[in-house]
Design a protein around this ligand. Structure first.
Ligand SMILES: Nc1nc2c(c(=O)[nH]1)N[C@H]1C(S)=C(S)[C@@H](COP(=O)(O)O)O[C@H]1N2
Ligand SMILES: [Mo]
Length: 243
């Protein structure tokens, strides 16, 4: 199993390296990568490594794989990292989570107050939060399992998309990752309500994936048949981003 993890990690790193190389090439190189017969929206020079990641992800990112847990005494506050979708004003008293209909032109099916999330069973976890930029931090989170939310308010679709209220930041999850027992809709960090910088009033925590997927300030959630838009996947990162 550890060999597989190593392979998954090195492949993930390599796909970042490919993205990085694409960024460095600029000019003609970037043009070529962008225009080389896209498949599933992904230019083929990046596709092979992504498909390999996808195979590994589907095989080994099963419901039984758990992120390591730590003692609560090891938890510290992570840095505030990534402000996309957090720049507009937010009135926490009026915040609602919109559940969107599936399909390309979604309508709001229902709007839930934060109380609806607090009413779901509370779950706490102390896990290592890892950013692709190379830092990590052990953090103590509390919130509702995304799987409990889906069971109560969601639909049985292959994908789940989450976005900030202003739609500036958005992530897509495959159903297996969404239903993973450690995927949380978190409202507390290290024993206190989330701060605005860390995504108040509600953020995702997905401990088996890099921090990129743990969207802060969730405003809407959509259950889709097709792969939802994903901010960093659109910019060349691996879609699954497991580690
Ligand atoms: N809305 C939003 N969520 C986001 C980001 C962002 O830019 N906007 N950045 C992501 C990245 S790259 C990381 S590492 C984590 C950082 O979370 P933190 O600020 O609580 O440490 O948030 C993720 N969620
Ligand atoms: Mo990150």
């Amino acid at each position: 199993m550890s060999e597989i993890h190593q392979e998954l990690q090195s492949m993930t790193r390599r796909s970042f390296a490919t993205g990085g190389a694409a960024a460095l090439l600029g000019g003609a190189g970037l043009w070529w990568i962008k225009h080389a017969a896209p498949d599933d929206g992904i230019p083929w020079p990046l596709r092979n490594v992504l498909q390999f990641n996808q195979r590994l992800s589907q095989t080994y990112y099963g419901p039984s794989r758990l992120a390591p847990r730590f003692d609560v005494s090891q938890a510290k506050e992570p840095r505030v990292n990534g402000q996309i979708g957090l720049r507009s004003r937010i009135d926490l008293a009026r915040w609602q989570l919109d559940v969107l209909s599936s399909g390309p032109n979604p309508v709001v099916e229902r709007s839930l107050p934060i109380g609806a999330i607090h009413q779901l069973p509370r779950y706490e976890i102390v896990t290592e939060f890892k950013c692709v930029e190379g830092w990590s931090q052990i953090v103590h989170w509390a919130g509702a399992r995304l799987s409990d939310f889906v069971a109560r308010y969601g639909h049985e679709t292959p994908y789940v998309g989450l976005m900030t209220p202003d739609r500036d930041y958005y992530v897509g999850l495959d159903r297996e990752s969404a239903m993973h027992s450690q995927s949380l809709l978190a409202y507390e960090m290290n024993g206190k309500p989330l701060t605005l910088g860390h995504g108040a009033p509600l953020r995702l925590v997905c401990p088996l994936k890099y921090g990129v997927k743990s969207i802060k300030r969730i405003g809407a959630i959509q259950f889709t048949q097709d792969r939802p838009a994903d901010y960093w996947a659109e910019r060349g990162y691996d879609w699954y981003l497991g580690h």
